[in-house]
Design a protein around this ligand. Structure first.
Ligand code: ADP
Length: 492
């Protein structure tokens, strides 16, 4: 039986898996890459290291289970979004490190909502286009070379696919493919959400010549075939999605109204809004969820919260009141409530839906009675309250009620957190056994693109949590949270 391969090129690691058509992962491998921080606020990756790690992970996973190229029928790619690379077409050498999505060098004082109606995004430091423009403006001669067609630009999907399909040497007479998928393109600030094509005015205004940009393809369909040299030889690439979109697809959120929340370092929520883009009045971004070739594109609203699991890390590493992230559950379960303590983890301001760069962290409601168990409980509640705010904002934008939230990410190991989330959200929280939804989403897209399967791969059994909290109790807690959030404003 054929296998499906998937690459998950993330911010800290590059992972590779092989799965059966039943969703059973038979082999995997992963490698970390260096985080390069030349100055405060700057974050870079070495694209060559990432490409090397991709090949190593693929080769290692295949070798570990005696799997050959012929056993693999399709390859999917998912990746950290918005991270920008520019390289030389003739040599394949990047002209600068990849500028990572977290990098703030392209911050500016202009109106962030300027391009929102066309692109769905805010013009802040996240999108890829200002990063490409920065490279073209700061590497000597780069802008002229770009205009002459000597350079290629891409997000990480584009960089990997170009290398996989032959790189500078091409493959058996074919040129390497310079493409991206529509979900990744929707994170650049250059793609018009309505036409799904690059917008010439945006390219001009943001200073990225069209000549360097890849062709935009549907997420599920043909991208190219892996070169003969190296692992995965001859395998067709048939599914590509940005990481959050891959998690949405992997969770099977294919109908309007389906939503997922990923609880990792930060919190990332996507809500499938169907085949017309919905624009937010409540601080959400609009993005392409996925596009199956030959069908209509599907859009999503997206809300991100900067601090999720990283608050737990802070309790562990900075305050030293937890030995491990998992201990937060044990400690918080020893008390019935947070004794009035509220933590607003606005370490770097607040993201969706409030967008308050002037906010800073606050711990409120302390009394002599409070101890580390209450602090641990308040930290878990902070994750839930922030999730509630994003969910409620999305419901208003999409004019729908989210009755079930599908969840994934490292924090969902915490069963107390899941129960608290169901209680505070007053909705069902559903977690699959296999929480590796991102890489499974890429594999699913590839499997569907190659016509091996017709629905996303199974993630095993689902565990659900339902609210057991009385309405007035919930209202009281939410009110206390809102008071604390207001205290965090103006401190930055
Ligand atoms: P990312 O993909 O962003 O690196 P993960 O999905 O691996 O993140 O999740 C890791 C985060 O989850 C860390 O910030 C960690 O503190 C938090 N975390 C992991 N396990 C638990 C747990 N049992 N309870 C609470 N938080 C947890």
């Amino acid at each position: 039986m054929p296998l499906i391969a998937a690459i998950d090129q993330g911010t800290t690691t590059t992972r590779f898996i092989l799965t059966t058509l039943e969703g059973k992962v038979v082999a995997h491998a992963q490698y970390e890459h260096k985080q390069i921080m030349p100055r405060q606020g700057w974050v870079e990756h070495d694209p060559v290291e990432i490409w090397r790690n991709t090949r190593r992970a693929a080769g290692e996973a295949m070798a570990s289970h005696d799997i050959t190229d012929e056993d693999i029928a399709a390859l999917g790619v998912t990746n950290q979004r918005e991270t920008a690379v520019i390289w030389e077409k003739s040599t394949g050498k990047p002209i600068y490190n990849a500028i990572v999505w977290q990098d703030t060098r392209t911050n500016h004082d202009g109106d962030p909502a300027r391009y929102q109606d066309r692109t769905g995004l805010l013009h802040n430091s996240y999108p890829a286009a200002p990063k490409w423009a920065w490279i073209l403006d700061n590497v000597p001669g780069a802008r002229d070379r770009a205009e002459r067609g000597e350079l290629l630009a891409g997000t990480i999907d584009t960089w990997l696919i170009w290398n996989l399909t032959g790189g500078a040497r091409g493959d058996e007479g074919h040129e390497a493919v310079h493409v991206t998928d529509v979900t990744n393109a929707s994170r650049t600030l250059l793609m018009d959400l309505h036409t799904l094509d690059w917008d010439d005015d945006l390219c001009r205004e943001l200073g990225v010549p069209r000549a360097v940009l890849p062709e935009i393809r549907p997420s599920v369909g043909e991208f190219g075939v892996v070169r003969r040299r190296g692992p995965l030889s001859g395998v067709p690439i048939t599914g590509v999605l940005g990481d959050q979109q891959a998690a949405l697809f992997g969770q099977g959120c294919l109908d309007a109204g389906d939503a997922k929340m990923t609880y990792g370092t930060g919190l990332f929520m996507l809500l499938n809004t169907g085949t017309t883009p919905q624009f937010s009045e409540h601080g959400m971004l609009t993005t392409v969820a996925y596009h199956v070739e030959g069908e209509e594109p599907v859009y999503a609203l997206e809300g991100s919260v900067a601090v999720g699991g990283s608050l737990i890390q802070w309790l562990r590493d900075q305050l030293g009141i937890l030995r491990s992230a998992a201990e937060s559950e044990k400690l918080a379960a020893e008390v019935v409530d947070s004794a009035g303590v509220v933590i607003v983890p606005a370490f770097s301001g607040l993201f969706a839906p409030r967008w308050r760069p002037d906010a800073r962290g606050v711990v409120s409601g302390l009394t002599r009675f409070a101890d580390r168990r209450h602090i641990a409980r308040a930290a878990l509640e902070a994750t839930c309250f922030q999730t509630c705010e994003v969910v409620r904002a999305m419901e208003q934008d999409a004019k729908t009620r989210i009755a079930e939230l599908r969840v994934d990410g490292g924090m969902t190991d915490n069963k107390l957190l899941m129960q608290m989330q169901a209680d505070l959200l007053d909705a069902c929280v559903a977690r699959p056994d296999n929480i590796e939804t991102t890489v499974m989403g890429a594999a699913s897209a590839a499997g569907i693109g190659a016509k091996l399967i017709d629905a996303p791969l199974t993630l095993g059994e689902t565990t659900t949590w339902h609210s057991t909290m009385a309405g007035p109790d919930r209202d009281r807690l939410i009110e206390r949270w809102e008071t604390a959030v207001e205290r965090s404003y103006g401190l930055g």
